[in-house]
Structures are given as structure tokens and as C-alpha cells.
Design a protein around this ligand. Sequence first.
Ligand SMILES: NC(=O)c1ccc[n+]([C@@H]2O[C@H](COP(=O)([O-])OP(=O)(O)OC[C@H]3O[C@@H](n4cnc5c(N)ncnc54)[C@H](OP(=O)(O)O)[C@@H]3O)[C@@H](O)[C@H]2O)c1
Length: 290
Amino acid sequence: MKVAVTGSTGQLGTDVVEVFRKAAGVEVVPLSHEQIEIGDLASVRAALTAAAPQAVINSAAFHQVDKCEEDPEQAFRINALGAWNVARVCNELGAYCVYISTDYVFDGAKAAPYDEADAPMPLSIYGASKLAGEYLTRSACPKAIVARIASVFGKSGARGKGGNFIEAILKKAKAGEPLKVVNDTPMTPTYTMDAASALLDLVRRQPTGILHVTNQPACTWYDFAKKAVDLCGLKVEVAPVTSDAFPSKVRRPTYSALSGKRLADAIGRPMRPWTEALRAYLVEKGHLST
Ligand SMILES: NC(=O)c1ccc[n+]([C@@H]2O[C@H](COP(=O)([O-])OP(=O)(O)OC[C@H]3O[C@@H](n4cnc5c(N)ncnc54)[C@H](OP(=O)(O)O)[C@@H]3O)[C@@H](O)[C@H]2O)c1
């Protein structure tokens, strides 16, 4: 099966390409931003028609939440219309379409793990543009899945954001700087290698609808940071604080953990605990030897 990947140089896309490249019976076609502009239907049609894939992973996005707030038109052009362009061409080609979405489609009011049947209510332009992308993907291509991920960490770091949370924490911890980390916004982190292997299973089985694709169970950013610091044996103070300590113009969900039950049914296995995924990441990045 031939699988095209948009956003192939991004944090998720890099590992999707790596995992799919090693998979038996899969030929991967990476599509960098230079090779496809998802906001432009002609570019999408040209790139995907040339690739002639049986499935497309659409991981390209404008996901700097502050910048999306400042430039809603661009956010909707890429995250919503871009998703529509990719899904329309997938439908024309008869390809399975995977749209990568986010926990930011929820407002956090549920305060318990969100499942796929829960009604979304985004608080930010980014969340709203991604929710529009979900709807447009599913309306343009019946053979599509929305895969929601969250709080991503991967070896290449987010291009748009310049790194990832774990690397930022470890850099400060290694410099001996005391850390203050938010402890009141539970979420479910996602290791890109684990998301990529779940996406491979999805592409092979081709379920439709929405699935939550994150490691489990819920934790706070404080739990996540403390675990990374402890696993690396760094002796630095990590203080839990509330989110008011980091004022932001962007409204974010105060609770955004995603339930993994439906994914486990869909691919016949759960995503592993985030603690194991974090250890694997630290080994892969050379922060830990085993
Ligand atoms: N990072 C997170 O914590 C997180 C959380 C939840 C969901 N997500 C979702 O996960 C997906 C992957 O995120 P990521 O962390 O891998 O992001 P990333 O590292 O910023 O990668 C995004 C990729 O998309 C490309 N791209 C941007 N605009 C494009 C356009 N108009 N046309 C074609 N390609 C374009 C970028 O290329 P250039 O850099 O060359 O422009 C980059 O390769 C996104 O859909 C995002 O919304 C991310």
C-alpha cells in the first residue's frame, strides 16, 4: 500500500515516515511543505495525483496557538480549508484520509477523560479551526478518520514551536535552574513513535469516524516534567504551580485528557502508558542509556 504523508518534516510527520518506511508492504511518500501547500487545492491535487496513494496522513497544520489567535484567516485557511482540500482529493483518488486533530477541540468542562462521542466546544481559534478541519474532512471523504492527539513529544520537536516540552524542561534542569510547572490542567501526552505505529494499524484496518490516539492515563504537566527529571536522575527542584502563574491571551482547556478505549478496540491493543513512552523517548534522544 502506498501512503502519502503531509507535514512529513514535522514532529509527528518525521516519525510517521520512519515507522511506515519500516513496515512490511508499505511504500511511503513524504510530502514536505515545499512539495505540497495544503491551503491550495491545485497544489494538493498535483502532489497527491502524482503520488497516487491508497492512504494519506494529513499531519500538516498551523498550530502555534498564539499566532492562530492573531491570524484567524490563516488558521482556517490551513487547518480547515487545507483539510478540506486534502480530503476532497483523497475522495477523488479513492484514498483513505487520516486527519490529525487535537484535544483543543474540547473546553475541559467535563473534567473526566473525553471520549469520541463527547461534544466538542473549542475555546481558541486554533481549536475551532481544527474542529472545522475535522468536519470538512469527514464531509468531503466518507473513507476518513479523525485521529486526535495531544501534548506531543517526538525526537524532532515541533517545527512551528521550535522543540518540545520535555527538551525545554531538561535543558533548564541540566542548567540547575529550579522549575515551576503547571499542575492543574490534566492531559494525555502523545509520543510520536507510538502515535505513528497506531496510525499504521489504522491505515491497515481503515476504520472511519473519530479516534483518540494518545498515551495513557491522564497526567499534569507537572507529573510529566517531574517524571522526566527523575528518570534522568537530575537533582533539581520541580515545583507544582497553578496555570495563573503563566498568563496567556489564549484560552486553553483546563482539562483535556482523552480516553483511549475506542482506539484499543479499533486496533486490538491499547497505547502504552506515557511513563513507558517517556522512558523510550529519553533513551532514543540519548538522555538515558537504557
Ligand atoms: N504539537 C502538539 O503538541 C500537537 C498537539 C495536538 C495535535 N497536534 C496536531 O498534530 C499534527 C502534527 O503536529 P506537529 O507537532 O508534528 O507539527 P509541526 O512539527 O509544526 O509540523 C507541521 C508540519 O506541517 C508543515 N506545514 C505547515 N503548514 C503547511 C501547509 N500550509 N501546507 C503543507 N505543509 C504545511 C510544516 O512544514 P514547515 O515547517 O516547513 O512549514 C511541518 O512539516 C498537526 O495537525 C497538529 O495540529 C499537535
